[in-house]
Design a protein around this ligand. Structure first.
Ligand SMILES: C[S@@+](CC[C@H](N)C(=O)[O-])C[C@H]1O[C@@H](n2cnc3c(N)ncnc32)[C@H](O)[C@@H]1O
Length: 250
């Protein structure tokens, strides 16, 4: 499947999610399949997430717009004054959370390719009233961010959606400051997925078809230049895919 075709399909999938949220409908989550991105079964600790954001005064209806598969900020140890970049920021939830951590002297940038998602994120930003966060339209494959300009990169259930993960990881490395750090929550595969699933565009957009084995993900991070790579997360006995967290430094 050509990269652009995959990206177009993924964008339309998330545009539809955003339109649903913008109309005020409840989250339906990607596919609702067990283990798919934003499954409440085994990938997102929904209660933990809600508690985490409630503590940081993020309204419940914004928490509902999460389509993530983990909580990257739990490991990112974001400090006041830092610059944080969120790859595939969706409705902006993780950005708002990060914005609380960096405070008025810091800054948070969310990048997303789906205009409807950016609209949702900006509406959510109005609701939370934060001024130290901005949302930029762009692709993970060509980030609208300067070289060596951010302290921390987070991403929540997005890199699996990219057709060319090497390019995405090289871009992340480019924009990270020396000694900067990344935390990616993502969906990975227990082992290489069957071709039928990888070619199924619906499965791809639901964070299944594009999932690669954890070791392959680590090797790609290494090739992009990342160091001190650590991975957490193990599959349950019947899992074809599962949620993992990747941490690394530059
Ligand atoms: C599963 S959602 C996750 C959104 C958000 N991180 C969260 O936790 O709610 C994936 C998001 O990544 C965006 N996305 C996917 N591939 C992208 C790419 N190549 N470049 C930019 N954004 C992308 C989609 O538009 C969508 O908003």
């Amino acid at each position: 499947m050509p990269v652009i075709e995959i990206r177009d399909q993924v964008r339309e999938h998330y545009a539809e999610h955003a339109r649903t949220f913008l109309q005020g409908s409840a989250a339906s989550c990607c596919g609702n399949g067990p283990g798919s991105c934003c499954s409440t079964e085994d990938t997102i600790p929904v209660q933990a997430l809600t508690a985490l954001h409630a503590k940081n005064e993020i309204p419940g209806d914004i928490v509902q717009t999460s389509l993530g598969c983990g909580t990257p900020l739990e490991l990112a140890a974001v400090q006041p004054g830092e610059i944080v970049l969120d790859l595939g920021s969706g409705g902006g939830l993780d950005c708002f959370f990060a914005a609380r951590f960096v405070g008025p002297t810091g800054h948070v940038i969310g990048v997303d390719m789906t205009p409807e998602m950016l609209k949702l994120a900006n509406e959510n930003k109005q609701k939370v009233g934060l001024s130290n966060v901005e949302f930029r339209h762009g692709y993970l494959e060509a980030l609208p961010v300067d070289d060596a300009s951010v302290d921390v990169i987070i991403s929540n259930c997005v890199i699996n959606l990219a057709a060319d993960k090497d390019v995405v990881l090289r871009e992340a490395y480019r924009v990270l400051k020396p000694n900067g750090r990344v935390v990616f929550s993502d969906i990975v595969a227990r082992s290489a997925l069957p071709q039928g699933l990888r070619k199924n565009m619906e499965a791809w957009a639901e964070c299944v078809g594009g999932a690669i084995p954890r070791q392959e993900y680590e090797e790609k991070m290494q090739r992009a230049g990342f160091q001190n790579i650590r991975v957490a997360g193990e599959p349950q006995p019947d899992d074809l895919i599962y949620s993992a967290k990747f941490q690394a430094t530059k």
